[in-house]
Design a protein around this ligand. Structure first.
Ligand SMILES: Nc1ncnc2c1ncn2[C@@H]1O[C@H](COP(=O)(O)OP(=O)(O)OP(=O)(O)O)[C@@H](O)[C@H]1O
Ligand code: SF4
Ligand SMILES: [Mg+2]
Length: 320
């Protein structure tokens, strides 16, 4: 059974206009009927351009937003129906690491207290047990237990992100949502953090949902990748398969953009031209048709449904 299973998940945000009488005038369709699952010890990458709905998906899983439709199951149980102990257990099991460790770590708290916070809320541990657990997770992420008494500003960017990961691990976490965890870091530090995350997964068996927009990084850490475009999942496959045989024209464009330019490259560069359309007024039919080099008449009227074209490889495009 997968750890996490997302079925037909949907999130529409109401949009209001007018200064005096604010009236609901439309909906931002941030997430539209997406499906994926994550196994124990697996990393699923979630990739797509800015505004395609990645963070909204994360917030739905973290119960920071309520879905408009669909279900999220954790260990087979619908998280929408959780309360009391079951809800507490879920909140302990699923944690998040955001892009900017400065914004996500309280500047006035010592690192030890920052890491202990989710444990204080969710468990009845004594002061001594808390300190011991803080020391354990600091060592797990490659930091000395002595740093517990320091403040976030006393760390480098990479070390701060290690603190955020330690905090996310503290509650014997089963799934960590990594929302662009290395995007704000120096290139030289990124690989260290990615390697640390992989090592932690090997040791602890924790699952990751790794959100990013850089295909090279996402493909490196993920066993499978889901590609999102304007609220829709357009393709999902194993990372090696997706990079070797990208089927959706949008995935192909992302892949070519991620490759270093090669003057002798035989492969034709498929440029994605034009702006990302607004999620407030998404194009009808296939949402990618305004930018797709293969668009056919049917693409602007009929939305493609996702089809499994090879085991574990699904794509939503009329070409398949
Ligand atoms: N609370 C909200 N109210 C209204 N619209 C929202 C809200 N949160 C997100 N949106 C909209 O939903 C869409 C998806 O946003 P989201 O933050 O999930 O994108 P993202 O893929 O994480 O982008 P980025 O790569 O920039 O982080 C965007 O059009 C955004 O403006
Ligand atoms: S359905 Fe049509 S417009 Fe959409 S990606 Fe496929 S070919 Fe392009
Ligand atoms: Mg985001």
């Amino acid at each position: 059974m997968p750890v996490l299973e997302v079925r037909d998940l949907q999130k529409h945000f109401p949009v209001a206009t007018g200064t005096l009488l604010r009236r609901k005038t439309g909906w931002v369709k941030a997430v539209e009927s997406i499906n994926f699952s994550i196994e124990a010890g697996e990393t699923l990458g979630l990739i797509g351009e800015s505004g395609c709905g990645k963070t909204t998906t994360a917030k739905l899983i973290l119960l920071q937003e309520r879905p408009t439709g669909g279900t999220i199951r954790f260990d087979g149980e619908d998280i929408g129906g959780l309360h009391g102990d079951g809800l507490m257990r879920y909140r302990r099991s699923v944690q998040v690491v955001f892009q900017d460790p400065f914004a996500s770590l309280s500047p006035r708290m010592r690192v030890g207290d920052i890491i202990a916070e989710p444990l204080e809320i969710h468990t009845g541990m004594t002061r001594q047990q808390l300190q011991q657990r803080v020391a354990e997770v600091l060592e797990l992420v490659g930091l000395s237990p002595d740093v517990a008494k320091l403040f976030p500003h006393e760390f480098s960017g990479g070390q701060r992100q290690r603190v955020a990961i330690a905090r996310a691990l503290a509650t014997n976490t089963r799934l960590i949502i990594l929302d662009e965890p290395v995007s704000a870091l120096d290139v030289s530090i990124r690989a260290q953090i990615i390697n640390q995350l992989e090592h932690l997964q090997d040791t602890l068996g924790v699952s990751y949902l790794f959100i990013g927009h850089d295909l090279a990084t996402v493909a490196h850490i993920s066993q499978r990748i889901a590609v999102m475009y304007l609220g829709h999942l357009v393709e999902i496959a194993e990372s090696t398969e997706l990079c070797a045989h990208p089927l959706h024209p949008y995935t192909q464009a992302l892949l070519i953009a991620a490759l270093p330019a090669h003057p002798d490259a035989k492969q034709e560069r498929i440029a994605i031209t034009g702006e990302i359309p607004s999620a407030l007024a998404p194009p009808p039919g296939c949402r990618f048709h305004t930018r797709c080099p293969h668009a056919m008449p049917r693409c602007s009227v009929e939305a493609p449904v996702s089809k499994e074209v090879a085991p574990g490889h699904a794509v939503a495009c009329h070409l398949f």
